[in-house]
Each structure stands twice: as structure tokens, then as C-alpha cells.
Design a protein around this ligand. Structure first.
Ligand SMILES: *[C@@H]1O[C@H](CO)[C@@H](O)[C@H](O)[C@H]1NC(C)=O
Ligand SMILES: *[C@@H]1O[C@H](CO)[C@@H](O)[C@H](O)[C@H]1NC(C)=O
Ligand SMILES: *[C@@H]1O[C@H](CO)[C@@H](O)[C@H](O)[C@H]1NC(C)=O
Length: 488
């Protein structure tokens, strides 16, 4: 199709003009799966029901409502604890192949120590409902909602967390592994460790910059690897599933022409590489350049390396422990050498980089989201070339707005991103699926409900929490029905 196509929509508040030139048709390849993502704390509610104990996000939002933009919390949220069947109905309406959700640790294991039958029953019901409707469950074990009890023992800075996580994972495999074949151990370790143990802005609320984030990351990597080995040794023969990890990644572009290609490559290693390198690289371990920084700093600071040392044995234990890489992508940034003189320990200062955005990039209504689809393309090619083309699932990608039902800007964002994913796939990147963030408008951590990322709107003021498909839900429905979409 070629030509100009204009839609004008009028409602009481919106006048929307949409111009589309030179449209092309993008076909979805056979066997490429399309799904949607959520996480437990962000949608479930039922925070204190049926034996669920408090997690760090319950405690944090209750003690510090002022840290959440609209002073809200996830006590009820979309109430998926009661309305999970409505979620499955929504997925079915669209025709999604997959649903990525997370399990609330403190719901299935009270305080992280005592198995809670009611919690297990809830997820059995959800999983059975999905399977009944031919939707493949993709299950994240940990999406930030750590049992408060374990946090009181230090959470992810305590090496013993690896035992508790293994115990938890074992319970999940035993109870759900007959039906769940795709597991994700952790969601976005970089954001989790920096946000909750470094900068201490949220959740665990531990402010220990320059130390906490690295200890957290270290024990998280060990926990991940232990669970991978547990699965392969004890469950794989029977259950035949796959295990991966979801990483929030971005591409980096030079801030100006003085910045070299080598500098950008090194910056990608120092940021994306923190969690990719130990698991997916040929040699294992933290990125060499990152280790070098901390060797140098330990001498300057007269102490041991704040980034824990990985023995060769540990490197080997972690290396190769993923059947796929989950990629969460929203945006990219510009990079330049650190400009501030501040030397205090803190991740971005330690790695000596300053990040910014290109003001020419289009921006969503929501504060943080610059629209950089080419960054996803460049990222995928970088992963292909740098890490021997691992199998990839896009486990998150989405657009923030103010909750409008006629969410044309979201559709545009999604089209642009799926288009570059399929372009990368046609250039041999091993990408097998795309999951949009998010199925529902939900509790978006520190911004609460003040930005919307769902393709279904949720009436938060109604006790029935009705889900209403936005335009983007209909877009996905058409895309899945027709196996293609029109790109503008
Ligand atoms: C549409 O195609 C024409 C002819 O190939 C080209 O000149 C024009 O720049 C294209 N417009 C856009 C927006 O890409
Ligand atoms: C969880 O821990 C809290 C605090 O120690 C305790 O009061 C509560 O009884 C524990 N709950 C369960 C189910 O063990
Ligand atoms: C949300 O639910 C409330 C209470 O049931 C109702 O009054 C309101 O009209 C609903 N809002 C929308 C947008 O449907």
C-alpha cells in the first residue's frame, strides 16, 4: 500500500491526527510467539490474604507513601488475586500465545521459610486456566518482591540468600514444573540491585551505594546459577523446560564526535556486561574492564575490591547457565566520560560514565521514555556478535502514557519496535518471542498509577476492576489473527 492515510478521531477531550505515508506490511514469521507481561506485586493485590506474608514492597509503600509519586501502593492493584480469570480472558481476547507473570515469593512461602498451600493453589489455578486456554505460561521467579523476613536477614547482600532462593525454586519446580516450561529466575538485576541496595530508593530501601549493589548482584548471579544447576540435575529429564534471566538492556550512543567507538564498546561492557558477561560470555566472570576498575579502586581506597572477586571455579559455575536471554528494552542513552568531580562510591560514578538523552529523540508523555527503536536493533546486533548469538526472548517492551484508551502512540511505538526486532531476526539474531509490557495498567513502582503502560485499562476505582481493551489490545488482536501488520 502506498499513499497518505489520515485518521481524525474526536472525543470530548481529544483531537487526534495521524498521518501515515509509504506504508509497508510487516509479516510475523511462523513460530514467532507474541505475548504479554506482568509481575505479581504490580497487579495481584491480596497483600495480606490467605497466608501471604509481607514483602519489601508492602513494607516500603506502607512506611514511605511519600516515596511513591501518587502515594499509592499495591495492596489491591488490579486485584488479580481475585480476578486472574479476567486476566486470562483478556489474554484470550487478544489471542496471545504466551503470558509472562511472576510468582510472589512471600505468597507461596510465608516469610520465605514456610510453604503456604493457599499460595500454591492460587498459582495452580492461574496456570491451569492459562493452559486450558492454550496460553503458554512464562514464569518469573523473582520480580523484586522479596519476603520482608528475608530482607531483615540482609536480603540479597547476605550470601545465605542463595539457599533460600534455591529452596523457593525447588518448590516452584515441584509444584508447577509439570506445566511451566519457561522459567525466568530474575527480572532486571541491574535496576533491582542499584535501586534497592545501592541508591536505596525503593523496595528493600537499603542505601549502601558502592557496596550494596555489587553484593546484591553477586549473590543474585550465584542464586541464578544454583537454580539452573538444580533444574538440570533434578528436574530437566522429566520436565524438559528452559531457564533464562530477564535483563534490562539498552544501547549507548556517543554524546558527541569526540567519543570513540572503543569508548562506546567499553561502556556497553561496563553496563550491559555486568550481568550478561558472567552468564553468556565465552570466558565467564565480570567484564574485564569492570574488574580492572575495582582492582585500581581497591588500591586507592586501601581496601578490598568492592566488586566481589569471582574465583575461576565460581566463574565456571555461573558461565553458560541460561537457555535463553530475556531482553527488557524501553529506551537508549548517550554516553560520555564522567564529568562530575565527585568520587563517592556509586555504580555510575565507579564506572566513570555519564548518561544523557538526545533531545531530538521523540519522547512519550510520561517523564522517562524516549523513543529509540534503532537502539533495540543495535543492541540485538551487538548481542549477536558479542555473545555468540544466544536465543533471545523479548520479555518486556512498552510505552508509558496517561492511560488513554485510544493509545495510538503506544501502537506506533510497538510497531516500530517489533519491526526492528524482526529486521534483526532476519539478520540471524535468534529471537523467538515478543512480550509487551504490560497486559494491564498497574502499579509502576515509584511512579505508582500515575503512568499507564497496559494494553488493557483497569478501572481502579471499581471493586470489580474491570479490564477494558485499549486500541493497542485490538492492534495485537489483528496482528495475531492476520500474522502481519501495516507499518507507517
Ligand atoms: C515515501 O516515498 C517517497 C518515494 O519513494 C519518498 O520520496 C518519501 O521520502 C517517502 N516518505 C517517507 C516519510 O518516508
Ligand atoms: C513471619 O515473620 C513474622 C516476623 O517474624 C512473624 O510475626 C510471623 O508470625 C511469621 N509468619 C509465619 C507464617 O511464619
Ligand atoms: C469505574 O467504576 C466506577 C465504580 O463502579 C464507575 O462509577 C465508573 O464509571 C467507572 N469508570 C469507567 C471509566 O468505566
Amino acid at each position: 500500500m502506498h499513499g497518505i492515510f489520515t485518521t481524525i478521531l474526536m472525543s470530548a477531550f481529544v483531537k487526534f491526527t495521524y498521518t501515515c505515508e509509504n506504508s509497508t506490511v510487516i509479516e510475523i514469521p511462523e513460530n514467532f510467539k507474541i505475548g504479554a507481561s506482568t509481575s505479581s506485586y504490580q497487579i495481584e493485590g491480596g497483600w495480606n490474604l490467605d497466608g501471604k506474608t509481607e514483602n519489601v514492597w508492602d513494607t516500603f509503600t506502607h512506611n514511605h507513601p511519600e516515596k511513591i509519586e501518587d502515594h499509592s501502593n499495591g495492596d489491591v492493584a488490579a486485584d488479580s488475586y481475585h480476578f486472574y480469570k479476567k486476566d486470562v480472558e483478556a489474554l484470550k481476547y487478544v489471542g496471545f500465545n504466551q503470558y509472562r507473570f511472576s510468582i510472589s515469593w512471600s505468597r507461596v512461602i510465608a516469610n520465605g521459610t514456610i510453604i503456604n498451600k493457599k499460595g500454591i493453589e492460587y498459582y495452580n489455578n492461574l496456570i491451569n486456566e492459562l493452559i486450558l486456554n492454550r496460553i503458554e505460561p512464562v514464569v518469573t521467579m523473582f520480580h523484586w518482591d522479596l519476603p520482608q523476613y528475608l530482607q531483615n536477614l540482609g536480603g540479597f547482600v547476605n550470601p545465605l540468600i542463595t539457599k533460600y532462593f534455591e529452596f523457593y525454586a525447588n518448590v516452584l519446580f515441584e509444584n508447577f514444573g509439570d506445566r511451566v516450561k519457561i522459567w525466568i529466575t530474575f527480572n532486571e538485576p541491574t535496576l533491582y540491585c542499584i535501586g534497592e541496595y545501592g541508591e536505596g530508593r525503593s523496595g528493600s530501601y537499603i542505601k549502601a551505594p558502592g557496596v550494596g549493589e555489587y553484593l546484591c548482584g553477586h549473590h543474585l548471579l550465584i542464586s541464578h546459577a544454583n537454580v539452573y544447576h538444580l533444574y538440570k540435575n533434578k528436574f530437566y529429564d522429566k520436565q524438559k523446560g528452559e531457564i533464562g534471566i530477564s535483563l534490562k538492556l539498552q544501547y549507548l550512543y556517543p554524546k558527541d564526535e569526540t567519543i570513540t567507538k572503543e569508548f562506546v564498546e567499553r561502556s556497553l561492557d561496563l553496563t550491559n556486561g555486568w550481568f550478561i558477561n558472567p552468564i553468556f560470555s565465552k570466558n565467564g566472570g565480570y567484564p574485564e574492564e569492570l574488574v580492572k576498575i575495582f582492582v585500581k579502586k581497591s588500591i586507592e581506597e586501601g581496601t578490598w575490591s568492592r566488586l566481589p572477586i569471582m574465583s575461576d571455579e565460581l566463574k565456571k559455575r555461573i558461565q553458560g547457565t541460561a537457555d535463553f536471554m530475556g531482553v527488557n528494552y524501553y529506551s537508549s542513552e548517550l554516553v560520555e566520560p564522567k564529568t562530575q568531580l565527585d568520587d563517592s562510591p556509586q555504580f555510575d560514578i565507579d564506572i566513570g560514565l555519564t548518561f544523557s538523552v538526545d533531545e531530538r529523540w521523540p519522547k512519550s508523555d510520561s517523564l522517562w521514555l524516549y523513543i529509540v527503536p534503532e537502539g533495540l536493533y543495535d543492541l540485538l546486533i551487538w548481542i549477536r556478535d558479542r555473545y555468540k548469538n544466544p536465543k533471545i526472548m523479548i520479555t518486556e517492551n512498552g510505552y508509558a502514557d496517561n492511560g488513554e484508551i485510544n493509545d495510538f502512540e503506544r501502537i506506533k511505538y510497538i510497531k516500530q519496535h517489533i519491526a526492528v526486532i524482526l529486521k534483526a531476526k532476519s539478520e540471524n539474531c535468534n529471537i523467538v518471542s515478543y512480550m509487551v509490557w504490560s497486559l494491564l495498567d498497574n502499579f509502576e513502582w515509584n511512579i505508582g498509577y500515575s503512568a499507564a503502560l497496559g494494553i488493557f485499562s483497569v478501572n481502579m476505582s471499581s471493586p470489580l476492576k474491570e479490564r477494558t481493551p485499549k486500541r493497542s489490545a485490538k492492534f495485537f488482536k489483528n496482528l495475531i489473527t492476520n500474522g502481519k501488520f501495516e507499518m507507517c
